[in-house]
Write a protein that binds this ligand. Structure first.
Ligand SMILES: Nc1ncnc2c1ncn2[C@@H]1O[C@H](COP(=O)(O)OP(=O)(O)O)[C@@H](O)[C@H]1O
Ligand SMILES: [Mg+2]
Length: 311
């Protein structure tokens, strides 16, 4: 074992975002795994404890098990940079980019990564021109806030009469909304793991019991099914893995991420978004895909912890 074998690790979990409850679960399981691996662990909830406990503990590495706003969007990463602490996963810049679907899609376009056609509608538009702009994408479409996660404020619009309400809901959550072409197909997600030489994990197919992969399907046991490998052709699986690595690189992600995609029946792949802090409970998507690759949960957590360290 290397001298890295036992470290002082702070696990950040909870936080104040809409994904607080999920983060508490991720954090508890990450902390348990780190303890089994022999590390000295302190769990800190920034919303409850602030960050003073963190500077007192003075860890060798910070494992970020937060999700959503302030955890996933670069804010906590910036605070840690200023405190001179090493942390797992992506940088301030990359976290902020990935959290913003509009900026992410612009970078996908620039990098030749296929992402569904879209327009951006802002609160500054007057409602009539916003509606006209949105109608340009065509029906059905998907309306989402630019910078939320976990399917908060998302609507699938099947009739033009429902578009106005969908825009209102999305713009209640964010100043900008994305109106995206609805893609009919198999929903998949691909984990990317590794700092110097990132590798794509097996393609995981998500089968939600609800109409789409909404909040309930994501977080209620039994409300979605994971199928590995996804029931798509081998060529499509390879394409998903290739695009996952390209999307990870295009957004300058570091250490790990999980890339959401939809695959059309004839094999065409569209990238929806990159998650820089995907769920890390033992039944979450990334750990499930890692297991299919022969990487057990604890081993995965050790790999992710090491992304905080120098190469
Ligand atoms: N363009 C689209 N076509 C079809 N379904 C979509 C599309 N965009 C989103 N969805 C559905 O909505 C879910 C959430 O969308 P996503 O862009 O991944 O945002 P987030 O996971 O951050 O809420 C997806 O997992 C998928 O089920
Ligand atoms: Mg998603």
């Amino acid at each position: 074992m290397s001298d890295r074998a036992s470290m002082k690790v702070a696990v950040l979990m909870g936080g104040s975002s809409s994904e607080r409850e999920v983060s508490l679960k991720s954090g508890a399981q990450v902390a348990a795994a780190l303890r089994r691996l022999g590390h000295e662990v302190m769990v800190i909830d920034p919303a409850a404890n602030g960050l003073n406990a963190l500077s007192d503990f003075n860890p060798d590495a910070v494992f970020i098990a937060l999700h959503g706003r302030f955890g996933e969007d670069g804010c906590i990463q910036g605070a840690l940079e200023m405190m001179g602490l090493r942390y797992t996963g992506s940088s301030v810049l990359s976290s902020a980019i990935a959290m913003d679907k509009t900026i992410s899609k612009a970078l996908f376009d620039m990098s030749g990564i296929p992402t569904p056609p879209y327009v951006v509608v802002s609160r500054r538009h007057d409602p009539r021109s916003a509606l006209e702009l949105a109608l340009g994408v065509g029906i059905p479409c998907v309306v989402k806030p630019s910078s939320q996660g976990s399917t908060v404020g998302i609507s699938i619009v099947k009739e033009s009469s429902a578009l106005e309400e969908a825009l209102k809901i999305a713009l209640d959550h964010d100043e900008e909304a994305l109106v995206e072409k609805f893609i009919q197909g198999t929903e998949v997600t691909v984990g990317v793991v590794g700092k110097r030489d990132p590798q794509a994990l097996p393609v995981l197919e998500i089968v939600p019991k609800n109409e789409f992969y909404d909040w309930e399907s994501k977080y209620t046991p039994g409300m979605s099914e994971h199928i590995i490998p996804a029931r798509i052709s081998e060529a499509a699986q390879e394409e998903c893995q290739r695009l996952a690595l390209r999307a990870h690189a295009a957004l300058k992600c570091r250490g790990y991420s999980r890339v959401d995609m939809i695959v059309e029946p004839e094999g065409r792949v569209w990238v929806l978004e990159v998650n820089t802090l995907p769920g890390l409970t033992e039944v979450s998507l990334l750990p499930d895909a890692a297991r299919a690759e022969g990487i057990a949960f604890d081993e995965l957590i050790e790999i992710l912890l090491n992304t905080a360290l120098e190469d």
